[in-house]
Design a protein around this ligand. Structure first.
Ligand code: T46
Length: 138
């Protein structure tokens, strides 16, 4: 699938614990303009159900685990985030759904742009239409 991929962060671990450095344009493929995190999500709740037109993001599960279903209009795949040094890059025009949040899960998201509701496609039929145009030449 295009426009997504795993990012392995170097962790500095030892008897004193674990430290993971994150640097814009070094191990994150864009300048980070915004950070948010999602936590305290009941296990039966599913979030996401949208795509972004322009936004690039990296998701990192700092504690617990969560599953991310990704779609590009043709293929779909599920990635489980359960390791604080294994990130998931999601680029433009990838549909995402997050589910199976475990108790204590903390999902950190680093984003390339400030929040802009106009960048979201929340209607799946509209997403399929725009994804066909976007990925049309692949
Ligand atoms: C994404 C996945 C992984 C803001 O006001 N500012 C923000 O920076 C964000 C991210 C959200 N909001 C507002 C918009 C909604 O009224 O917070 C509310 C919940 O957002 P949403 O329903 O989009 O949350 P999720 O968990 O479905 O999606 C979020 C991000 O919005 C989205 O970009 O890729 O996490």
């Amino acid at each position: 699938m295009y426009n997504m991929g795993n990012i392995r962060f170097k962790d500095i671990s030892g008897k004193a614990g674990c430290l993971v450095p994150i640097e814009s344009k070094r191990n994150i493929p864009f300048d980070i303009k915004r950070i948010y995190y999602i936590t305290q999500v009941p296990n039966e709740i599913r979030r996401g159900f949208h795509s972004h037109r322009q936004l690039h993001q990296v998701l990192l599960c700092l504690n617990g685990s969560v599953k991310i279903k990704l779609k590009d209009g043709n293929e779909e795949l599920v990635v489980e985030l359960n390791n604080c040094s294994e990130g998931l890059y999601i680029g433009p025009m990838i549909w995402r759904e997050m589910y199976d949040f475990t108790e204590g899960c903390v999902l950190l998201v680093m984003a390339s742009e400030y929040y802009d509701e106009k960048d979201y496609i929340r209607d799946y039929e509209e997403y399929l239409k725009e994804a066909k145009q976007f990925f049309g030449t692949k």
